[in-house]
Write a protein that binds this ligand. Structure first.
Ligand code: BDR
Ligand code: CA
Length: 311
C-alpha cells in the first residue's frame, strides 16, 4: 500500500492522476496540495475540487499553497490545458472548500500525524515541497520518498532542454533534489511515451459512467489539441503515469543516476542534468563539483502494460 500526499497544478493530466490515485485500491491519498503552475492557483484549487467530486472523494483534504514560484513570475500553460486549466471542461463548480491552512502547513500536519512515512507525489512545480523542506526540515525524516514528475534526461518541452515543472521554479527543484530525501524522477523521457489509443478514448468518452466519460473528455481535449497542431494528435496520460509508476513499478525502466538542476540564467535554466555516464562522479576527482545527489530515474516503460493498468 502506498500512502501519499499529492502536490498538483490541476491541469488536465493532474486531473487524470488524481482520478487514478483515488480509485486505485493500493493507493491511499491522504491529502492534496495545490500550487500555481499549469494555471493560476484559484483555477488549480477549483479544478482539483471538481475532479474529487467526479470520483466521489469528499473527505480528502485539499489545501491551497504557493501562488507563484520562489523567484520568477508565474507563467501558466493555458496553451496546453485551456483557459481554465482543465480543457475548458463543463464540470460543475464544487461546493466543497479547501482546508483553512496553507499547503505547507497541511503537509507538515499530515506528516507529523501519520504513523508511517508518507510518499510525496509531486506533479507540478516544486514550490510547495521546497517551502516545506525549508520551513520544516525535520519533516524530511517522515517522507518516504519524493516521486516527482519533472525534468528530462533528453529533450525538454518548455525550452529545448527544460521540462515545464522544473523550468517554472528551478530554485525549488534544486532545493528538493539536494534535500537528501530519496527521489524518483518521472521525466519527459517516459512521460511523452505513455499514450492512450484513439479507440479507447472514444470508448471512454461515450461511456455512461461519469468517471470514464470525464476521463475520455480529458484525454480527448489533448487529442484534438488547442491549435489542432500535430503535437496534440495523441493522448498522453501524462502525470497519471507517475502515479502508475508507484503501483506498476515492474513495467518501468528505472536506473539510478546522479542528478542536478541548472539554476543559472541562460539557455539551460531549468534543465535537469542526469549523469548517465558509466564514470559518473569523476568530476569530483577533477575538482569540478562536489558529489551529486542521486535519483531513481524512470527512463521508459512498457507502454501497453502501463496503459492497461491505467485504464
Ligand atoms: C508537466 O507540465 C504540465 O503541463 C503537466 O501537468 C505536467 O505536470 C509536463 O511538463
Ligand atoms: Ca502537472
Amino acid at each position: 500500500n502506498h500512502s501519499i500526499i499529492l502536490d498538483v497544478d490541476t491541469g488536465i493530466d493532474d486531473a487524470m492522476a488524481i482520478m487514478f490515485a483515488v480509485k486505485h485500491p493500493d493507493v491511499d491519498v491522504r491529502a492534496i496540495s495545490c500550487v500555481s503552475g499549469n494555471t493560476g492557483l484559484d483555477n488549480v484549487v477549483a479544478n482539483t475540487l471538481k475532479i474529487l467530486d467526479v470520483v466521489d472523494a469528499p473527505d480528502i483534504p485539499v489545501a491551497a499553497g504557493a501562488t507563484r514560484p520562489l523567484i520568477e513570475e508565474p507563467r501558466d500553460a493555458s496553451y496546453v490545458h485551456g483557459a481554465d486549466g482543465l480543457g475548458n471542461s463543463s464540470l460543475p463548480v464544487s461546493s466543497r472548500a479547501v482546508v483553512p491552512e496553507h499547503s505547507v502547513e497541511m503537509m507538515r500536519r499530515m506528516l507529523v500525524e501519520s504513523a508511517e512515512k508518507l510518499t510525496i507525489v509531486a506533479l507540478a512545480p516544486l514550490t510547495n515541497v521546497a517551502l516545506l523542506l525549508r520551513m520544516y526540515p525535520e519533516c524530511a525524516d517522515k517522507i518516504e520518498r519524493i516521486l516527482f514528475m519533472g525534468g528530462s534526461a533528453s529533450v525538454g518541452n518548455a525550452t529545448a532542454v527544460a521540462e515545464f515543472n522544473i523550468w517554472h521554479d528551478p530554485e525549488a527543484a534544486s532545493i528538493v533534489v539536494n534535500s537528501g530525501v530519496p527521489l524518483t524522477m518521472y521525466g519527459l523521457d517516459v512521460f511523452n511515451s505513455v499514450i492512450v489509443e484513439p479507440d479507447d478514448v472514444a470508448r471512454l468518452t461515450a461511456s455512461d459512467d461519469p468517471i470514464a466519460s470525464t476521463l475520455g473528455a480529458l484525454l480527448g481535449f489533448r487529442m484534438e489539441g488547442v491549435d489542432g497542431g500535430p503535437d496534440n494528435a495523441f493522448s498522453r496520460i501524462g502525470d497519471a503515469g507517475a502515479v502508475c509508476s508507484l503501483v506498476a513499478r515492474e513495467f518501468m525502466n528505472c536506473q539510478t543516476h546522479a542528478l542536478q538542476v541548472e539554476t543559472a540564467a541562460g539557455y539551460a535554466r531549468g534543465q535537469t542534468i542526469v549523469d548517465r555516464r558509466d564514470h559518473a562522479g569523476e568530476d569530483v576527482v577533477h575538482g569540478l563539483a562536489g558529489p551529486w545527489p542521486t535519483a531513481d530515474v524512470i527512463l521508459g516503460a512498457d507502454v501497453d502494460a502501463v496503459v492497461k493498468v491505467f485504464l
